[in-house]
Design a protein around this ligand. Sequence first.
Ligand code: UDP
Length: 242
Amino acid sequence: MPDTAPLYEGKAKIIYPTDNPHILRSHFKDDATAFNAQKKGQIVGKGAINCAISAHLFRLLESQGIATHFIDQPSSNEMTVKSVSIIPLEVVVRNIAAGSLCQQTSLALGTALKFPLVDFYYKNDSLGDPFLSEARILLLELATLAQIEELRALALKINEILTTFFQDCGITLVDFKLEFGLDQSRQILLADEISPDTCRLWDQSATDPNDRVLDKDRFRRDLGNVEQAYAKVMERVLSHSV
Ligand code: UDP
């Protein structure tokens, strides 16, 4: 870890400056939180696992034309990234009903959705990251209409690429959260991370509904074997070349 003072510390990562003002270093922590940080813990080895999975998936997405903030992975739990101004939206893509979609609708857990759903949430911990309509995003000036449309199109393209990739790994991509930022020239770049912390991933070789869970739901729901599940995702992801 660099001995420079961090620029920012979040729940899962610490961001450090570098000699280049356009490049940052993102340090992935083992700390785990859920339910808007009401539940806290540690998942041993999570930082390195999520960093490796994210780096691999960012490389995959870049190879298929998605612009990301990823530059390289100088150590096991650190990534160098382009400095961006984060758009305060959590962009969630859903293929199968789970989590808040089941709590807020009549859809049962595991229902295959007729089309991938793109939902926007306000990235604001003090408000509990509430769901936002397009009109509310415009009202709050969190993004322009053109940016909302671009975010939706990018999210759907990323979903296609990741769904195919995870399918090859024997994993079903149920849903996931993305964050985007604007670079110096106001281009939208995919930022943050893509990992078992931010995706729901179900093992296609497991029959039991609890055994199949390979993501943060194991921590949220105290299902046990959290580290093993994260390690299984990493092993399968890294063994499938980009
Ligand atoms: N998610 C996330 N960070 C958040 C909220 C959700 O990474 O602050 C991910 C979550 O892991 C899941 C997807 O987004 O893969 C959809 O989450 P949902 O809205 O169902 O909320 P949850 O059930 O996680 O509260």
